[in-house]
Design a protein around this ligand. Structure first.
Ligand code: ZN
Length: 625
């Protein structure tokens, strides 16, 4: 090699020379070693099929010799030609072999399972040679997944990142290196794999390696005893009867979390273990979403590998070091990783799209999963302050706090109490306690409320406790819910009805950093992760922007609390606002003007604030206690 200059043909020759020189037949055990311990199989796999009746066989391993191209040789050959080492055209040519690497006879098309010529594989025209070559050339982010040796892999990405192709090739690789493999491929409903991965697999996988298949029973058997099972994951109980070597979950975010946890325990099949090597694997593939793929895969991952210019979120802040699972890794890719797409693809497809859509479907971000109503709420979660005995602090520790309580009533549904307080010194709303129960009679709910407020002193209430306005209906006794609670000496007032106004108010507080949620409020935190707008397709012109009416019990209550606070989150040190966020006091206009200045003035403002009329909080009947 002279200088840095090498002609394309010279580079190709050099690389192929290296490959051919290093090419050697290896038994499957060594092949497995290469794939699981070293760098994996990003090079084409060349595979030699032995005739089933050719001579004696002493072991499974000897029945299935596999020839691999040595990736080390490829890498070192490429490193010698810097001009071409990152040139995809060169790499494509390199992988676009025309001749058999073993006997140099021309490569020709081979039939796939679907009956048409394989999209990926070629075979040697010399029938005695009996060599098959996989022409698949992974993009670098796909190669990264193929090389990943973790037991459980989250493979997440936005549109066009080739996730499904990666999973398909993982299945192919697994079949070839695992005699008697038991592979499970599934999605929530059958069409999610039949129309995607399975169809591509059938068009790629060489027919010569298939033994038989049963459409009805949903499996494909291969000549080395490997079986690919196809199942919908709608019922986790169905998954209990089998042990697998490889599980692939497509569109995983739509699959029940129970199925994921069930399947983790079903990776017991020892066909994918050999002499200390273990290549059992579970792959979850999905668009970014807010459910279990985020909490049970992404955020507990030992490694999070991001691919692409737009995949640059820092997820480490959301990870709890104590819950990291060494067996899990996650790959997140943004659409720009696909160099086959036009350079302006993201720009063109971002036009007139909602921010969350761009983030989720083009940037691959988990922080803006589809239509989350409060996408940044988790940034507000802080560790719960505790006393010397480890109990969470209460309003009795904060005499300056002004407490707000809201109650979402439900009989069959969750009944929820949210407790928050205005910390005027820090100009923040603190959400410090959330209680919930279901199927509880009103008597028990009243007791729950009394217990929840036992540490709130007289005069510490910011306003009357708030209750669901929808439940303010009269029952057959001609009494509404508020009247029923009054029988227990508890006075509620109805919360604000307008959902959009509530969402804007609470989001203003979240975005401005004027709200803190103690991490003991897990019920609320979990709802905030799941509460979403109705999914909309991109051509949906409807103006219905309301959220889906679930996962919102404690959120509704928090929203009612928000509607009691000033519209400007930086004026929390003032107290007493109406539902439109306007100060209620006589001094309101004067204070509003002061408040519109910097919040640092709060110390001076504090001294001349208007005292609350605490009788509001305890109702005309004389109170709670
Ligand atoms: Zn050949």
């Amino acid at each position: 090699m002279t200088n840095n200059k090498t002609t394309f043909d010279e580079a190709l020759d050099a690389a192929l020379d290296g490959v051919e020189f290093e090419l050697k037949p290896v038994l499957i055990t060594e092949s497995v070693l290469n794939k699981t311990k070293k760098e994996g199989s990003t090079s084409p796999i060349e595979l030699c099929r032995t005739d089933s009746d050719s001579g004696s066989k002493s072991s499974i391993q000897e029945e299935q010799p596999i020839h691999t191209l040595n990736t080390g040789a490829l890498d070192s050959a490429l490193s010698k030609v810097p001009e071409y080492s990152t040139n995809s055209e060169f790499l494509n040519t390199l992988f676009n072999l025309k001749r058999c690497p073993r006997c140099n006879a021309p490569l020709v098309e081979t039939l796939s399972i679907s009956g048409s010529p394989s999209t990926d594989w070629m075979e040697c025209s010399n029938k005695v040679c009996n060599t098959f070559v996989d022409m698949y050339h992974p993009m670098s982010h796909q190669a990264s997944v193929h090389r990943d040796a973790h037991r459980i892999i989250g493979n997440f990405g936005s549109y066009g990142t080739g996730k499904t192709k990666t999973s398909e090739k993982e299945i192919e690789k697994h079949i070839f290196i695992t005699p008697n493999a038991n592979i499970l491929l599934g999605a929530n409903i059958t069409s999610q794999y039949e129309q995607t991965l399975l169809r591509d697999f059938e068009k790629s996988f060489p027919l010569a390696f298939m033994e038989n298949r049963s459409q009805q029973k949903g499996y494909v058997d291969f000549i080395n005893g490997a079986r690919l099972m196809l199942r919908p994951f709608d019922d986790p109980d169905k998954l209990r009867s089998n042990n697998y070597t490889l599980v692939v979950m497509l569109e995983a975010s739509e699959i029940n979390a129970d199925a994921f946890h069930q399947l983790k325990t079903r990776l017991r099949n020892t066909a994918a273990t050999y002499q200390g090597y273990d290549w059992r694997k579970l792959i979850c593939e999905s668009n970014p979403d807010s459910g279990w793929i985020r909490t049970d895969v992404l955020l507990v991952s030992d490694e999070i590998i991001q691919h692409g210019r737009f995949a640059d979120e820092d997820y480490s802040k959301q990870q709890d070091p104590e819950s990291i699972d060494k067996s899990i890794s996650t790959h997140v890719a943004s659409t720009d990783v696909n160099h086959f797409l036009p350079p302006d693809y993201i720009e063109v497809n971002s036009r007139n799209k909602p921010d969350w859509w761009i983030r989720r479907f083009l940037h691959g971000s988990f922080l803006f999963a589809e239509g989350l109503v409060y996408p940044h709420a988790l940034n507000c979660v802080v560790p719960t302050p505790k006393d010397s005995e480890g109990n969470p602090l209460t309003p009795k520790h904060f005499p300056d706090w002004r407490v707000l309580v809201a109650h979402d009533y439900g009989l069959m549904d969750e009944a929820t109490f949210v407790y928050a307080a205005v910390d005027r010194k820090r100009n923040k709303l603190i959400v410090y306690k959330v209680d919930h129960t279901n199927n509880a009679p009103l008597k028990d709910l009243a007791a729950m409320f009394r217990d929840g407020t036992k540490d709130v002193s007289f005069g510490q209430m910011y306003t009357t406790p708030i209750i669901d306005p929808k439940n303010n209906k009269r029952d057959y006794n001609k009494k509404d819910l508020i009247s029923h609670y009054q029988d227990y000496g508890i006075t509620f007032k109805p919360g604000h009805v307008n959902v959009e106004a509530r969402i804007i108010r609470l989001n203003d507080y979240i975005e401005s950093g004027n709200i803190e949620i103690w991490d003991c409020c897990t019920f609320l935190i979990n709802e905030l992760k799941e509460y979403k707008f109705k999914p909309k397709t991109l051509d949906d012109k409807s103006s219905d922007n309301r959220p889906i009416d679930k996962n919102n019990h404690s959120i509704n209550a928090l929203e009612w609390i928000g509607m009691e606070l000033p519209a400007n989150p930086n004026t929390l040190y003032l107290t007493g606002y109406d539902e439109y966020g306007r100060p209620m006091s006589e001094e309101s206009e004067k204070m509003r003007l002061k408040a519109s200045q910097s919040w640092q003035l709060s110390d001076t403002m504090d001294s001349d604030r208007t005292e609350l009329d605490s009788s509001l909080a305890f109702g005309i009947r004389g109170g709670l206690f």
